[in-house]
Design a protein around this ligand. Structure first.
Ligand SMILES: NC(=O)c1ccc[n+]([C@@H]2O[C@H](COP(=O)([O-])OP(=O)(O)OC[C@H]3O[C@@H](n4cnc5c(N)ncnc54)[C@H](O)[C@@H]3O)[C@@H](O)[C@H]2O)c1
Length: 252
């Protein structure tokens, strides 16, 4: 087991990519704190993990609010005594043409995708520094953090910001043996991408941009997250790991 006796916290893990990461980490021996907004889905993840003999805590909490995240961390430390791995995965994307993005939508994307990543990272890193035995923080960016997609100026900006936050943290926290990396998924089949997946013509066109000609699955990202969380990546920090079926390699 690659995460035996580790304590991991995964935001946005009631659904989609985060859920696949939480399940994968638990199967590799980690105790997992699962955070999300959908109570029924949180219960399902809890039952799945505990049904397989894993240890899990669930939190119906909103990552935007520091007070809620402080309370989550207090509960995790109170019960399991430490924190080794954090995945800042919670995120939203509401495609809108640049000329139509409202201030409210801009702020919502900044708060959930970018500010919350800062808040949870800072709380977690302070705890890891106190523990004195390092840790791994994984930021969920996107291919949209490395190149721009139309109608997603707000989303693209949050994901680019996450990559620079990740590098800044990697620089400052390396001396404490805290590694910080990002994951940059391409198109993954989840609730977030359902509107495009449900439109056969649009998805047909979109697939032409992906050299592997298929959409990725949440488990593809969970496998990469497991590598970044485990000691197998012990010499990696400050890195954006792209998992996109070749999409970013394409010039035309
Ligand atoms: N699906 C993709 O193609 C894709 C590609 C690149 C990056 N990503 C990123 O991966 C992450 C997960 O995306 P997904 O596709 O699994 O999405 P999803 O919609 O399936 O799941 C989102 C998760 O985030 C949680 N969440 C949303 N807002 C929250 C908040 N304010 N507080 C707490 N939890 C909140 C939800 O409860 C849910 O668990 C996001 O950061 C997204 O930007 C997704």
């Amino acid at each position: 087991m690659r995460l035996l006796n580790k304590v991991a916290l995964v935001t946005g893990s009631s659904l989609g990519i985060g859920r696949a990461i939480a399940l994968r980490f638990a199967r590799e021996g980690a105790k997992v704190a699962v955070i999300g907004l959908e109570k029924d889905m949180l219960d399902e993840v809890r039952d799945l993990i505990s049904g397989e003999g894993g240890e899990v805590m669930t939190f119906e909490s909103d990552v935007q609010y520091k007070i809620q995240m402080e309370s989550v961390l207090d509960s995790v430390i109170g019960r399991w005594g430490c924190l080794d791995v954090v995945v800042n995965n919670a995120g939203i994307c509401k495609p809108t043409p640049f000329l139509d993005i409202t201030e409210e939508e801009w702020d919502r994307h900044m708060n959930i995708n970018l500010k919350a990543t800062f808040l949870v990272s800072q709380l977690a890193a302070r705890q890891m520094v106190r523990q004195g035995r390092g840790g791994s923080i994984i930021q969920m960016s996107s291919v949209n953090g490395l190149a721009a997609e139309a109608d997603q100026a707000h989303y693209n900006t949050t994901k680019g910001g996450i990559n620079l936050l990740m590098m800044s943290m990697a620089l400052e926290l390396a001396k404490d043996k805290i590694r910080v990396n990002s994951l940059c998924p391409g198109f993954i089949e989840t609730r977030l991408t359902k509107p495009l997946l449900d439109n056969p013509q649009a998805i047909g066109e979109y697939l032409k941009t992906i050299p592997m000609q298929e959409v990725g699955q949440p488990e593809d990202i969970a496998n990469a997250a497991l590598y970044l969380a485990s000691d197998e990546s012990r010499y990696m920090t400050g890195h954006c790991m792209v998992v996109d079926g070749g999409q970013l390699s394409r010039l035309s």
